[in-house]
Design a protein around this ligand. Structure first.
Ligand code: DOR
Ligand code: ZN
Length: 350
């Protein structure tokens, strides 16, 4: 059956392998948007102050659990924010005790709240060696921060300047290149034999840099890494729909209130949690690969992380255009929901 004729698709319940939930009022407002469809998510630690230690991750997990909507069945998989002062033994214990699933590497200054990130990679070598030994994955924000490097080249430069040397030094370390945005990153991950995977966001499958800059500046499409030219978006779609086990969904849904987005120096981040599954179904259908959506959103991620896929299923149904709110209200202010720029016909039933 051609994909255009498929009107219902049942897949394992998906997981989100890269998610920003924030804290406090924002956490309470955005969490239901994820728990509605997703069973698990890798929770980013870039709070202010960042979630660095096992104790901080445990406390943050408790706050997430306390904010869960009634009846939600959701497991937050916590990450630790890697700093040059991170204690390898604290990370080891956090992993052994089931508090932290992964460690997050932000090059210092690369993105929102990354000031405490890593400048000198030799200073975190002991942590990385220990993680390789225990099989704990490192999630990497893959952009160099060198101001002399063009922002559109920062991911490709990161591969050459950081990833290649790092993987030579610590070949047994499992690495997830987060939110890849370029053909270069797709090729790099596809050429690797083991211990390397990549997450792809919903929005990078849909927007290119024209969405941000052509016909007026559109802050709601601004995120980091910034969307690249169309050929890169096409490469991301091909990777996502290929079924290749090294590529899986990490939405990077990153809520900021509208006042923080819509200012002279607006925040980076796109809030896709409310309509991600509808957007993805649309992308996979357009590629004629609806049957691969389950691999991307529900199977490849757990396989890389060494976890079982979810037992329960969800059904996506195609019909009249779906309505979803343009904004989510929070006590901190409104948060605009990602606008894919086309009608969404797929909704998650039930
Ligand atoms: O666009 C982004 N927003 N990219 C990131 O890396 C961080 C995120 C955030 O925390 O807002
Ligand atoms: Zn992120």
């Amino acid at each position: 059956m051609a994909d255009k004729e498929i009107t219902s698709l049942t897949i394992r319940r998906p997981d989100d392998w890269h998610l920003h939930l924030r804290d406090g009022a924002m956490l309470r407002a955005v969490l239901p948007e994820t728990t509605r469809h997703f069973a698990r998510a890798i929770i980013m630690p870039n709070l202010v102050p960042p979630v660095v230690t096992a104790a901080q991750a445990s406390a943050y997990r408790d706050r997430i659990m306390a904010a869960l909507p009634a009846g939600a069945n959701f497991t937050p998989l916590m990450t630790l924010y890697l700093t040059e002062a991170t204690d390898p033994e604290d990370v080891r214990r956090a992993h052994a005790d089931g508090i932290a699933t992964a460690v997050k590497l932000y090059p210092a200054g690369a993105t929102t709240n990354s000031a405490s990130g890593v400048r000198d990679f030799e200073k975190v070598r002991a942590v990385l060696d220990m993680m390789a030994e225990i099989g704990m994955p490192l999630c990497v924000h893959g952009e160099v921060t060198d101001h002399s490097i063009d922002i559109f080249d920062r991911e490709a430069a990161f591969i050459d300047k950081v990833m290649k040397p790092l993987r030579k030094k610590v070949p047994d370390l499992k690495i997830v290149m987060e939110h890849v945005t370029t053909q270069d990153a797709v090729d790099y991950v596809r050429d690797s034999i083991k211990n390397l995977a990549a997450t792809i966001t919903t929005h990078h499958l849909i927007i290119n840099r024209n969405h941000i800059l052509a016909g007026g500046i559109k802050p709601h499409y601004y995120c980091l890494p910034v969307a690249k030219r169309e050929a890169h978006r096409v490469a991301l779609v091909q990777a996502a729909v290929s079924g290749d086990k090294r590529f899986f969904l990490g939405t990077d849904s990153a809520p900021h209130t509208d006042p923080l987005k819509l200012q002279a120096c607006g925040c980076a981040g796109i809030f896709t949690a409310p309509n991600t599954m509808s957007c993805l179904a649309e992308v996979f259908e357009a590629a004629g690969k609806l049957k691969k959506l389950e691999d991307f959103a529900a199977l490849n991620g757990p396989k890389f992380y060494g976890l079982p896929p979810n037992e329960d299923m969800i059904t996506l149904v195609k019909g009249d255009p779906v309505t979803y709110p343009a904004q989510i209200a929070t006590d901190d202010g409104p948060v605009t929901v990602f606008d894919p720029g086309f009608d969404l016909h797929w909704r998650v039933a039930g």
